[in-house]
Design a protein around this ligand. Structure first.
Ligand code: SAM
Ligand code: SF4
Ligand code: FES
Length: 348
């Protein structure tokens, strides 16, 4: 029965919610087989190549109050900073020399970054580095803003949906944030021709196994080009300070299921996974992930971008992280490459 479900998933990329749930409930028996098949499917599209993205954390200011995040506006102890356009370009210069061909500009929802400022940054990056992709991860913005940024040259946008269940969304966010608006943003981004990234935290408070099955159904149907998942990790100055962290084992298991559902998806082994377990990112790659997003932010701001406690790589320089990752990834049989690393679906 389990074997049949695994076969069906590999060959059709589609299970229904009850079938995903069955696999989740039997993860102990099925995870090795699913991981092996996920790596085989990944190789069909990407060989042994692992893409790297230079993550530039542009601002720790945020107007929102997500209950899980250390950058939430209500955290009066958070250290705040924002990078100037020049600092962002300079971080990209460092990254280019290290072999990065995608830059990810991520930050809290900080009204300081108007469309005009962001358009200027995106255009400068694309003029300077026409061979690179620019990814934005700056939360919810209006359609017109997304349109202007796309027109300026932004290629991709990461906006995790956080949960596919509206009731669960309401338990993770205050009333002024809305599940419908988040979903509308994802649709807008797609209609504007971005490669779109969705995703969620594994083990976020109140999440059930049913929720996880629902996540897989959502991803199966929405078919994002990128999916970011990582374990929820508590931050001491948030309403979820006392909640338990998400599991590394479950995260890796879900990475395999996502790879088999969306064979050509760009799937990072996230920093949260590397924080939850010293070998978390290697485990993620061995479960079917094919992207790493090392930190390119200037060293003096890194400690201030604290979404959760214990975040790794806050003391290292970008060059150190890249060397560290190359060594780690070699042990998995994969190899970090210098490439834009577009989704194989978009390239075909
Ligand atoms: N503000 C933008 C947004 O929310 O989309 C981008 C930055 S936000 C910090 C990026 C992601 O970090 C969120 O989508 C969320 O899933 C994740 N995150 C926030 N707090 C976290 C926590 N405590 N543990 C794990 N991941 C977390
Ligand atoms: Fe702000 Fe993003 Fe953190 Fe929510 S997850 S508080 S939007 S930085
Ligand atoms: Fe940053 Fe290992 S990846 S020190």
């Amino acid at each position: 029965m389990l074997e049949q479900l695994i076969e069906k998933l590999e060959h059709t990329g589609r299970l229904d919610k009850a079938e995903y749930l069955t696999l989740i409930q039997h993860r102990k028996e099925t995870r090795d087989e699913l991981a092996a098949r996920a790596c085989k499917v990944r190789a069909r599209y990407y060989g042994q190549q692992i893409f790297i993205r230079g993550l530039i954390e542009i601002s720790s200011f945020c107007k929102n109050n997500c209950y899980y995040c250390g950058l939430r506006a209500g955290n009066v102890h958070a250290k705040r900073y924002r990078l100037s356009s020049e600092e962002i370009i300079s971080a990209a210069d460092t990254g280019y020399a290290l072999g990065f061909r995608t830059f990810v500009l991520q930050g809290g929802e900080d009204p300081f970054y108007t469309d005009e400022i962001l358009v200027g940054i995106v255009q400068t990056l694309k003029d300077r580095y026409p061979d690179c992709a620019v990814t934005l991860s700056l939360g919810e913005r209006g359609y017109e803003s997304y349109r202007l940024l796309r027109q300026a040259g932004a290629d991709r946008y990461l906006l995790r949906h956080e949960t596919a269940d509206p009731a669960h969304y309401g338990l993770l966010h205050p009333a002024e944030m809305s599940f419908e608006r988040r979903m509308q943003c994802l649709k807008d981004l797609r209609s504007l021709g971005y490669q779109v990234g969705a995703g969620f935290m594994v083990g976020s408070p109140h999440q059930t196994e049913e929720n996880l099955a629902q996540e897989l159904v959502f991803l199966r149907d929405f078919r994002p080009e990128m999916v970011g998942i990582g374990p929820f990790l508590p931050h001491h100055d948030t309403p979820f300070a006392k909640e338990l962290p998400g599991s590394v084992e479950m995260t890796c298991f879900l990475l395999s299921l996502i790879r088999l559902t969306l064979p050509d998806v760009l799937l990072p082994a996230t920093t949260a996974l590397g924080t939850a377990d010293p070998n978390g990112r290697e485990k993620g790659i061995m479960a079917g992930a094919n992207v790493l997003m090392p930190n390119l932010s200037p060293a003096h701001v890194r400690e201030k971008y604290l979404l959760y406690d214990g975040k790794i790589c806050t003391g290292e320089e970008a060059a150190q992280c890249i060397e560290c990752l190359k060594n780690r990834i070699r042990k998995t049989g994969c190899e970090i490459v210098t490439a834009r690393g577009d989704c194989a679906r978009t390239v075909r």
